[in-house]
Design a protein around this ligand. Sequence first.
Ligand code: PGA
Length: 267
Amino acid sequence: MRTPLIAGNWKMNNTRAQARELVQALIPLVTGLQGVEICVCPPFTALDATLQAIGDSGIRLGAQNTFWEEKGAWTSQISPDMLVEAGCAYVIIGHSETRGRFGTVDGTLAARLGYFGETDATINAKAKLALAKGLIPIICCGETIDERRAGRTDEVVRGQIRACLEGLAPEQIAGLVIAYEPVWAIGTGEVCEAGEADRVCGLIRQTVREMAGDAAADAVRVLYGGSVNDRNAAELLAKPEIDGALVGGASLKADSFSVICKAAAQG
Ligand code: PGA
């Protein structure tokens, strides 16, 4: 039985003071929920303030990115050891906004986005080091609108999963989290229809089964992300292949985020 995970990706939102306020508002709303794991992923600068506010509430802390080298001359990067020391249990890796926003680059932004764009190979390297350091990666995948319209969704998602998990042991894959986030659904209000989200999450699990066997496939948690909110969460989370949600905008308000957590809880 997989415990659902509801992870809030705050993106570049919340100062330390705002982070404290949000967590303090959230705690009473989610205290006592059973059978759901809740995680918040603040910006790096608010990790410690968030951890303090979390206290002994049971909410887990996650980061929004990490790096594939342990230390050294990598200006601006944050290592897994630093995240572990900061109290993180989870780390998001390969979000479409770090892969290169919306997966495409227009002419004027192309040169700049090239520096930020990460690939399946960098995601794979980050996941390996994160796992070695005891973090649980939340590995993001998902197709762009052009890929979906071209009927390439399954091929794209399966390819991302194969490349991002390459070289990981089945026991490592069993413990990590994969988030299916169709790029066209992120921050747009255009949620993926629940049946289709379930189908692609099932395809991801099938790909894991082929790579790492039944035990890993049955254990790995596959989340859906992209415009999840307090109104559509229950339908998505009721689907058998969807083990939780990666929530952006709706995680910035304690009341909407808590409704999503309740929709995943057992009682
Ligand atoms: P959204 O973002 O919920 O605001 O669409 C989800 C995400 O980017 O993880």
